[in-house]
Design a protein around this ligand. Structure first.
Ligand SMILES: NC(=O)C1=CN([C@@H]2O[C@H](COP(=O)(O)OP(=O)(O)OC[C@H]3O[C@@H](n4cnc5c(N)ncnc54)[C@H](OP(=O)(O)O)[C@@H]3O)[C@@H](O)[C@H]2O)C=CC1
Ligand SMILES: O=C(O)C1=N[C@H](C(=O)O)C[C@H](O)C1
Length: 272
């Protein structure tokens, strides 16, 4: 008999929350066993199918994450940094795989996930799509092949609701470029240019964030030298790519030892 993992979605009413719920409901490899919203949210107590404007599916939106996690094998969490830290402690307590798509986490917040990762598998990535994770590896290779005559710039564009910048994806790409070049991103990162900035410093990795309309997510890594430019580009046109990646991570994490993993592990793209 095969076991179908039970999945809880946090931030159920959010853009990604709703996409994740649809993705899990459409899958025959997993079942939706819980949907979480914060206390006081109008969805709490409603059938999640009805709250999303469709037919009832027999899962009520709850504001009690621990109770929901205790009945599940995985939690998929695309919310906000503070909420994600709270969910990590509860998912660890329930020994659930915790898939984290939340971006905008500070270094301290990421470090604070470590105790939870001693009790449960955590898969965290600023972008869960196959295309972006391939682009990460390509970026590392191109950066390793080029010298500092090529200025590296990461340009990202997102919808006007997005609250963090640079995007999690842009930071993944910047990290990959820095790793390819053999430098620490913290030493070369150039963010938020404004005013008399002075000339660009050779070796820096620059970041630019565009916000507007309903752009799902676009990322360019530009390598610009005298006389030529290389652009590596990913364009997301449908949030389903992130939800599919997150579900894949939740399934991949079943039976994995406690620890911190990323989408390169899930997709088999890690290089040793
Ligand atoms: N890794 C990836 O592949 C991707 C990552 N993302 C990231 O996912 C996150 C969510 O994005 P998106 O769905 O567009 O955002 P939304 O604002 O649409 O949804 C966020 C959800 O999280 C809930 N939430 C926020 N704070 C808390 C809290 N403290 N306690 C409980 N629930 C909370 C919100 O509830 P409420 O409305 O009540 O505040 C809302 O339901 C962002 O960080 C985004 O960057 C997005 C796409 C892909
Ligand atoms: O907030 C979003 O929408 C997205 N966030 C992620 C990020 O910060 O990179 C991934 C994707 O680009 C959409």
């Amino acid at each position: 008999m095969t076991h179908t993992p039970g999945i809880v979605i946090t931030g159920a009413s959010g853009r990604m929350g709703q996409m994740l719920i649809k993705t899990v409901l459409d899958s025959d490899k997993a079942q939706l066993v819980g949907a979480i919203e914060r206390t006081g949210h109008e969805w709490v107590g409603q059938d999640v199918g009805v709250a999303m404007g469709g037919a009832p599916i027999g899962v009520l939106v709850s504001d009690d994450p621990l109770e929901a996690f205790a009945k599940a094998q995985a939690v998929i969490d695309f919310t906000a940094p503070k909420a994600t830290l709270e969910f990590a402690a509860l998912a660890a307590q329930a020994r659930c795989v915790h898939v984290i798509g939340t971006t905008g986490m500070s270094d301290d917040e990421i470090a604070a996930l470590e105790p939870a990762s001693r009790h449960a598998a955590i898969v965290r990535a600023g972008n869960m799509s196959l295309g972006v994770n391939l682009l990460v590896q390509l970026t590392k290779k191109v950066a390793a092949a080029l010298d500092e005559d090529f200025d590296i710039e990461v340009i990202e564009a997102h919808h006007h609701h997005k609250v963090d910048a640079p995007s999690g994806t842009a930071l993944m790409l910047g990290e990959a470029a820095a790793e390819g070049r053999g430098v620490d991103l913290n030493d070369v990162s150039d963010r938020g240019r404004d005013g008399i900035t002075g000339a660009r410093k050779c070796g820096d990795i620059g970041f630019t964030a565009i916000r507007g309309g309903d752009i799902v997510g676009e990322h360019d890594v530009l390598f610009a030298a005298a006389g030529e430019r290389i652009v590596l580009r990913h364009m997301a046109t449908d949030r389903a790519i992130f939800a599919r990646g997150a579900l894949k991570a939740a399934l991949w994490g079943q039976g994995k030892a406690p620890g911190a993993y990323d989408m390169l592990d899930v997709l088999g793209l890690s290089e040793g």
